[in-house]
Write a protein that binds this ligand. Structure first.
Ligand code: NAP
Ligand code: HSE
Length: 428
């Protein structure tokens, strides 16, 4: 069965993740034949800037022409760790169409064009694997597609962005300023090339779309996901979270309900006693609920050079094994249903609302009245900081449909006693 003794791979990109992949291929040189039955060689590496210094990398492998990889017939695996939609999409499609297997960490691309890429892989009988695209070093794609394949999964909830989790942890535990924490996350290799994708929740939204598609067997694309980032979270919100024995985290929430799929990414207050609250720094965690398995939790490093390279290399090793046994293209796209995605307005959430109001009699009861009219039930009220006749009011609600809360907030903003709605954060 084992006809091939050396498998050549081409690397598209040699940044944070690509460098980690290169290091692991070197480090595992001797082990690889024992693990897979074949040697693995990185025979070409595509970069943007040939002049950049790349310590420890054989410079003769570098190229700035993608054809050197995609048109090289000896290359059987293309490892795409460049990022972005184009030219990555075109390169991957060309690689698949020329019968090459592809491993990618590119969630931006998969969350928008995953269906097209998986179809191309199936048409060509090759592997397209992407474990590193969600939650860095944590195995979650393979568990969802394979280990938990028999389950009807109804819930996938987690912290899936290392950068924002690092920022929120530093703001909460070290009183670090947002910009300083973001700069450190970028320095540590956690942030995307454009960190707006991290802090505005887009990166986590893309991961949520990928996980929901696989878990619920129905294509969910990035534009289906409601996303809200962490840029509006202030030290004041964090102080209240502390007072309420909670933390604030960017959470990805996906449910498969009788009325459709609910999928969103937004900051949430989480009680300290909940396991998600103990997910700190660049760690990620994903909870899955399936009808047979019950609850399952996946936890580990969600970003960074070596954790992400570990996930990429797990896929590469699988592909080398598949090549050895002539069984590439075994696992196809698993989106065989067409479940509608619910409007976010119809999703129910609990809320934390911080607002500045006139400190005079009747204001609180008027606010409570507005909430009552809009079907919002209040679970907690805290009033503080009376300065120049203005009080800071924090109201925590029971679960209510998003559109009722939206309407209530609109009405509250119009009230002449409302100086400002300072923040609105969902509660887990
Ligand atoms: P990065 O550090 O910015 O590296 C990107 C690499 O791709 C660089 O080597 C760059 O070349 C090369 N490149 C980009 N555009 C190119 C083009 N048009 N032609 C040729 N080369 C090009 O990015 P990264 O952090 O390694 O991330 C790579 C991918 O992995 C992204 O899809 C990202 O979302 C994903 N990912 C990252 C992490 C993480 O923790 N960083 C975790 C999971 C997934 P130069 O070196 O010449 O600039
Ligand atoms: N920028 C991403 C993060 C990298 O911070 O989680 C891992 O996908």
């Amino acid at each position: 069965m084992m006809s091939e003794k050396k498998v050549k791979a081409g690397l598209l990109g040699l940044g944070t993740v690509g460098t980690g992949v290169y290091k692991l291929v070197q480090a595992q040189k001797e082990e690889m034949p024992r693990k897979t039955g074949a040697k693995l060689e990185i025979s070409r590496i595509l970069v943007h800037d040939l002049q950049k210094e790349r310590k420890g990398v054989d410079a003769s492998l570098l190229t700035d022409k993608w054809e050197d990889i995609i048109e090289d017939e000896e290359i059987r695996i293309v490892i795409e760790v460049m990022g972005g939609i184009e030219p990555a999409r075109t390169m991957i499609l060309k690689a698949l169409d020329s019968g090459k297997n592809v491993v990618t960490a590119n969630k931006d691309l998969l969350a928008e064009h995953g269906g097209e890429l998986l179809d191309a892989a199936e048409d060509n009988g090759v592997d397209l694997l992407f474990e590193a695209a969600v939650a860095g070093g944590i195995p979650i794609i393979r568990p969802l597609k394979q280990c938990l394949a028999v389950n009807e999964i109804d819930e996938v909830i987690g912290i899936v962005n290392g950068t924002t989790n690092y920022i929120l942890t530093k703001m909460m535990e070290d009183d670090m300023d947002f910009d300083e924490a973001l700069a450190k996350a970028a320095e540590l290799g956690y942030a995307e090339a454009d960190p707006t994708a991290d802090i505005e929740g887009l990166d986590a939204g893309r991961k949520a779309a990928i996980m929901a598609s696989i878990a619920f067997h129905s294509r969910v694309v990035f534009s289906d996901v409601y996303t809200e980032g962490i840029t509006k979270i202030t030290p004041r919100d964090i102080a209240y979270a502390r007072e309420f024995k909670s933390v604030i985290r960017l959470v990805s929430v996906a449910h498969n309900t009788e009325r459709g799929i609910e999928v969103a990414v937004h900051p949430m207050l989480i009680a300290e006693s909940h396991p998600l609250a103990s997910v700190r720094d660049s760690f990620n965690a994903v909870f899955v609920h399936g009808d047979a398995v019950g609850d399952a939790m996946f936890y580990g490093r969600g970003a960074g050079e070596m954790p992400t390279a570990s996930a990429v290399m797990g896929d590469v090793i699988d592909v080398v094994r598949d090549i050895q046994y002539h069984c590439t293209g075994r696992i196809h796209c698993t989106c065989y249903r067409s479940t509608p995605v619910k409007r976010f307005d119809d999703v129910r959430n609990k809320f934390f609302i911080r607002m500045q109001v006139d400190n005079r009699p009747g204001v609180l009861s008027a606010i409570a009245g507005v909430f009552g009219i809009h079907k919002v039930s209040i679970s907690k009220v805290v009033q503080k900081n009376v300065t120049d006749g203005v009080a800071e009011l924090v109201i925590v609600t029971e679960a209510v449909k998003e559109y009722h809360m939206k309407d209530a907030l609109e009405r509250l903003k119009e009230m002449e006693t409302t100086r400002e709605i300072s923040n609105v954060i969902r509660e887990y």
